[in-house]
Write a protein that binds this ligand. Structure first.
Ligand code: ZN
Length: 151
């Protein structure tokens, strides 16, 4: 899936789990992190040395796209700031959930199992576009809800 779909989905899913807007938005950014294992991704292009090294050593959609990495990310976030642990876990897992819908899939339980969980939705295809339209609508609703609480 494209980075903007991951960002929007991470925010919408986090809005179901937590209320403070900054934590919800943080989850959207955590939803971008798994693609650090792809040098050509949105985050990979912004951190080329790290991304290139991770892709070379671990491969794209390997261990960085697993539940183990999600737990590690939440643990690191917790050490940095405990309030970030939930957004990190939610954002990371939202990324994995979307990537599981694509034909490439993810090895969710790597390294225990290399079996990939896959789906039929092509990255950048018409179904992703439809999902994005729904997510943008929901983002608008969430934004109006937040603004309504502060006006
Ligand atoms: Zn990914």
């Amino acid at each position: 899936m494209r980075f903007y779909t991951h960002l929007a989905f991470g925010i919408i899913i986090a809005s179901l789990f937590t209320k403070p807007p900054w934590l919800v938005i943080a989850s959207g950014f955590f939803a971008l992190i798994p693609d650090i294992d792809a040098a050509g991704s949105f985050i990979g292009k912004r951190l080329p040395l790290i991304s290139g090294s991770v892709q070379l050593l671990l491969g794209h959609r390997g261990i960085i796209h697993s539940l183990l990495a999600a737990i590690a990310a939440a643990g690191i976030a917790y050490v940095i700031m405990p309030a970030l642990a939930l957004p990190a876990m939610v954002g990371f897992c939202s990324h994995l959930a979307l990537d599981m819908l694509t034909p490439e899939g993810v090895s969710l339980f790597y390294p225990l199992s290399s079996k990939r969980v896959r789906g039929p939705i092509r990255t950048g295809g018409i179904i992703e576009a439809a999902i994005l339209i729904i997510l943008v609508f929901l983002l608008g609703h969430w934004t109006l809800d937040i603004l309504g609480q502060h006006i």
